[in-house]
Write a protein that binds this ligand. Structure first.
Ligand code: SF4
Length: 591
């Protein structure tokens, strides 16, 4: 199998593994640059030297702590040559840092202080194992894409530490120097399968030069690897091209030159890949007409190849929830790493100041997910896997999360006096994205549907209106996208940018949200709400939810029970699993 780059070979590795087909991936030689290894090394460096600013930043950004870039910015702003990042972590009161990040930093400080205390009396392997255990690093790694490989790499690191200790009786500092020295070598990742001669080979096209194979597969021909160009470009003949909201100067000119070069290179690379096949060449041509696919459409004679549009795959009988097999875990006696899931052994006894409607919706979807997301607050540490997967599939193209945020921002800023394209372009740019054709193509249907439903003949309109209501002894908060008032009649709208694949399921999921909104508005404004609608901007449909008194009260009763449950249960065992969890990030650890 030949690839332009190695970023997505893991998908094929996983498929080959699932079907027990042996393979060899020649390109996984950057062991020391794997994120999980960099994270461990950074953490060890901070334990060794808390004044190492770069390592501290890496440690804070890693899933071991998981603070946002925004908070990191404020910490760095407060850092100077006399004051390290470590020092700044102690003085957070004056910094505009989010509350959840403040507590993460406090926990990180406690952790570092603990390791600074035990550093001199512990071996390097004890420190490493303790660090991995206390930061739930293995569980987090398993939740990432290609988690099994990360796990194998982490164990390989532990073995390297042990080997080092057998031959050297040196300090942590010596070990760090040693790692820095060997880091530059081509160290392969931990092997997941043994290499034999008769296996599927996964290679980059670049590495396949000069080789030939009976069968060659080039997958993902329609994947456009071009991505977007930065806002500042340079060409030695033209000079600098800067793109701003209002003008693009030489930027477009330089971009056109770069595009031509890119296409020529694409043709060369595709030629190399296709000519590696001796007997059969299989092109994965599904998807839009772009990338390599566009080139084959232009240059190949359609009568000379066979198009297979359907492959009848047998229904997979595999369990949707992965169970982490015991052999992936080390013997806890030898390696001081407890069996999974460590996450679930914590008894936090957490109390919430208030509850959000999002919490309630997740609780209704799956109590276990609620526990991990909100009770343990792990979401940020694990990162938004879907977002990263999306970014890898389509670099430069907006993610579902960005799409929702951009459309909501548009709804907030739009009025009939504004030029739709200008407003949309400036919002896209403010999200750090380019307003490339593809992004506009994705967003435009949502914006057009919003405009179709838009009316400006109301007496009053409230946008993104936050509210708090008291339920029992607790508070529930939420933000209502839009409240329209005319002649003392109220309409509520909540805009959804989901893909509407199963409309009934989405309506069922979001109805309680709109019912709470109606209840809150009636309580706060003392006016009856006439309609509350879920507006699917993908299709332009507005669905009114039932607002009869008994429905609203039943919903509030259900929220009251949810709050009561959470207030009185702090053990994972009480938070049962859902029976429908196809898209959950926690699949790998939830059993
Ligand atoms: S994997 Fe399923 S059961 Fe586990 S937390 Fe996710 S949705 Fe719930």
């Amino acid at each position: 199998m030949l690839f332009r780059s190695t970023t997505r070979t893991y998908i094929y590795e996983d498929a080959l593994k699932n079907h027990n087909i042996p393979f060899f991936n020649s390109s996984n030689k950057r062991y020391f640059y794997r994120q999980e290894i960099l994270d461990i090394i950074n953490a060890l460096k901070v334990i060794s030297n808390p004044y190492d600013n770069i390592a501290t930043i890496g440690f804070l950004r890693s899933p071991m702590v998981g603070i946002s870039d925004n908070s990191l910015y404020y910490i760095l702003k407060n850092t100077n040559e006399n004051k390290s990042v470590f020092h700044s972590m102690y003085k957070l009161e004056d910094l505009a840092i989010k509350k959840e990040d403040t507590s993460k930093i406090e926990e990180a400080l406690q952790l570092l202080n603990y390791f600074h205390e035990i550093k001199e009396t512990s071996t390097i392997s004890e420190l490493t194992a303790d660090l991995i255990e206390r930061t739930y690093f293995i569980e987090i790694a398993l939740l990432k894409i290609n988690g099994r490989q990360s796990l194998a790499n982490i164990y390989k690191f532990i073995e390297m530490v042990e080997l080092y200790e057998q031959n050297n009786k040196n300090s942590l500092e010596d070990f760090i120097d040693y790692i820095e020295e060997i880091k530059v070598r081509d160290e392969p990742e931990a092997p997941m399968e043994s290499e034999t001669s008769n296996v599927v080979k996964l290679l980059t096209i670049h590495k396949s030069k000069g080789l030939e194979f009976a069968v060659v597969i080039i997958p993902e021909m329609a994947r456009d690897t071009g991505g977007r160009f930065p806002n500042l470009l340079f060409n030695k003949d033209i000079g600098l091209g800067l793109k701003t909201i209002s003008c693009s100067g030489f930027h477009d000119e330089i971009k056109d030159i770069l595009r031509v070069k890119e296409n020529e290179e694409k043709e060369r690379v595709l030629y190399v890949a296709m000519t590696r096949a001796e007997k059969m060449l299989i092109l994965g041509n599904q998807g839009k007409n772009r990338g390599f696919k566009k080139l084959t459409d232009e240059h190949l004679n359609k009568n000379k190849y066979k198009i297979i549009s359907h492959i009848n795959l047998e229904q997979e009988s595999t369990n949707k929830i992965k169970i982490i097999e015991d052999h992936l875990l080390r013997d806890s006696e030898n390696h001081n790493i407890k069996k999974l899931p460590l996450l679930f052994h914590e008894n936090l006894n957490k109390k919430f100041d208030s509850y959000s409607i999002s919490q309630y919706l997740v609780f209704k979807q799956c109590k276990r997910k609620y526990y991990i997301d909100f009770y343990q607050g792990r979401t940020e540490a694990f990162g938004d896997k879907d977002k990263w997967e999306e970014l890898e599939i389509n670099p430069g193209v907006i993610t579902a999360l960005d799409k929702g945020n951009i459309v909501h921002e548009f709804a907030q800023l739009y009025n009939p006096g504004k030029n739709v394209s200008d407003l949309l372009n400036s919002i896209i740019l403010s999200f750090g994205l380019s307003n490339e054709e593809e992004n506009l193509r994705i967003l435009r249907p949502y914006i057009d549907n919003y405009l179709k439903l838009y009316r400006d003949d109301y007496d009053t309109v409230f946008l993104e209106r936050p509210f708090h209501i008291k339920i029992g002894d607790n508070y529930l908060n939420g933000v209502i996208d839009r409240i329209n008032i005319k002649d003392n009649i109220i309409e509520i709208q909540d805009f959804k940018t989901n893909k509407v694949i199963d409309k009934d399921k989405l309506i069922k999921q979001y109805t309680p949200q709109l019912q709470v909104y109606a209840y809150a508005v009636e309580k706060i404004m003392n006016i009856k709400v006439k309609t509350a609608s879920i507006v699917f901007l993908e299709t332009g449909q507005a669905i009114n939810v039932p607002l009869e008194k008994e429905h609203l009260l039943a919903n509030i009763d259900s929220i009251g029970k949810f709050i009561h449950f959470v207030e009185n249960h702090n053990d994972i065992i009480d938070y049962s699993k859902s029976t429908n969890c196809n898209y959950c990030n926690y699949k790998t650890i939830c059993f």
